[in-house]
Design a protein around this ligand. Structure first.
Ligand code: PLP
Length: 364
């Protein structure tokens, strides 16, 4: 199986697995217990916290959560005032915003251009006094485009609002602008384990807790932490830092091969220039992406985000950049990274071209 679904999740790095195993076995203590085993587990959690926070803006505090979805829910539901966000955000942002909207908060969902990018002048008109939170992604999980986060965060501050950056896909790959107030991340997108995320909170910013209880995490999150998952997240973050240049060079090579091999019949969805090179979202007129995925059993790739692809509805992101229903249904998302080889990409592109050609032949 050639795995090309890195935006859905990434394979665990061997170094991450090794860092986790002791906490699954003999070091099983509760990090909130006062005895030696508890203190050892707590020390491992604190090392991991520093490793993960090292890729966030300086200062602030970082709370581990059960997922990025929880971190996003916490930031949105724990803040006040109106919310401004973008039409291409993840469901965790859009659905949380709609939920607080039903409870009476003003919610504005801004359109993006055909390149998938927000126009800062249009955003300036919408982000006004009374806005409490502006939320936007660093790297889009479906089309890989990179939003102008620094500019959006400046606009939020000019209006007296906080800025939440959903950095799930960009964390460890691109620098997170240092003027953001809240950052949501997840370990499983950086070769860490599933079931753990984090919310970074700038010093001096306070939000209401989402989960009430023992208050184990400082900025206000309750629940016993899993040292095994924290240690895995920390090791994964450290590797992202150590391997950043090698990972970027490798991705640039894979991107070049994939775009050259797939050729002009496949049109890239979203900006060509402002994008992360581990994502290739493209469409080929007349191709049925769902059939392509089920025909190519040796390839794992997707037609959109893993959460939305089961719904049968065309992707809200592809619709927001102006694709027709049929263009959206003929779109595929290829996600690759550290453990993808050049040979994988060559083979996968060949398989996709052949299967698409077969479909188009039968259609005439
Ligand atoms: N935000 C983005 C951009 C994502 O890609 C994802 C996961 O796909 C999430 C949020 C939610 O992350 P999780 O499902 O790990 O909670």
């Amino acid at each position: 199986m050639i795995y090309l679904d890195y935006q859905a999740t990434t394979p665990i790095a061997p170094e991450v697995r090794s860092a986790m195993l002791p906490y699954l076995d003999e070091r099983f203590g509760n990090p909130h217990s006062p005895h030696r085993m508890g203190r050892e587990a707590a020390a491992a959690v604190e090392v991991a916290r520093e490793q993960v926070a090292a890729l966030c803006p300086p200062g602030g505090s970082l709370a581990f959560t059960g997922s990025a979805t929880e971190a996003i829910n916490w930031a949105i539901k724990g803040s006040g005032g109106g919310i401004v966000t973008l039409a291409t955000e993840h469901a965790a942002v859009l659905d949380s915003a709609r939920a607080v909207g039903r409870a009476g908060r003003d919610v504005q969902i801004l359109p993006v251009g055909s390149d998938g990018l927000i126009d800062l002048d249009a955003a300036r008109g919408a982000i006004r006094p009374g806005t409490g939170l502006v939320a936007a992604m660093l790297v889009n999980n479906e089309i890989g485009v990179i939003q102008p986060i620094r500019g959006l965060a400046d606009l939020a501050h000019e209006a007296g609002a906080l800025f939440l950056c959903d950095a799930v896909q960009g964390y460890g790959r691109l620098p997170i602008p240092d003027n953001v107030d809240l950052v949501a991340i997840a370990a499983h997108k950086i070769h860490g384990p599933k079931g753990i995320g984090a919310l970074w909170v700038r010093g001096g910013v306070s939000i209401e807790p989402l989960l009430h209880g023992g208050g184990q995490e400082k900025p206000g999150r309750s629940g016993t932490l899993a040292p095994m998952l924290c240690a895995g997240f920390g090791a994964a973050a450290e590797l992202m830092q150590e391997r950043r240049d090698a990972d970027v060079d490798h991705l640039d090579r894979l991107w070049h091969i994939a775009t050259q091999r797939l050729g002009p019949e496949w049109t890239i969805n979203g900006s060509f220039a402002h994008r992360y090179h581990g994502n290739l979202n493209l469409h080929c007129d007349g191709v049925d992406a769902t059939r392509l995925i089920s025909n190519l059993r040796g390839l794992a790739f997707s037609a959109g985000s893993a959460c939305a692809s089961g719904s049968g509805r065309p992707s809200h992101v592809l619709k927001a950049i102006g694709l027709s229903d049929s263009e959206a249904r003929s779109s595929i998302r290829l996600g690759f990274g550290r453990y993808t080889t050049e040979d994988d990409i060559e083979k996968a592109a060949g398989m996709i071209l052949e299967a698409a050609e077969r479909q188009l032949m039968w259609a005439v």
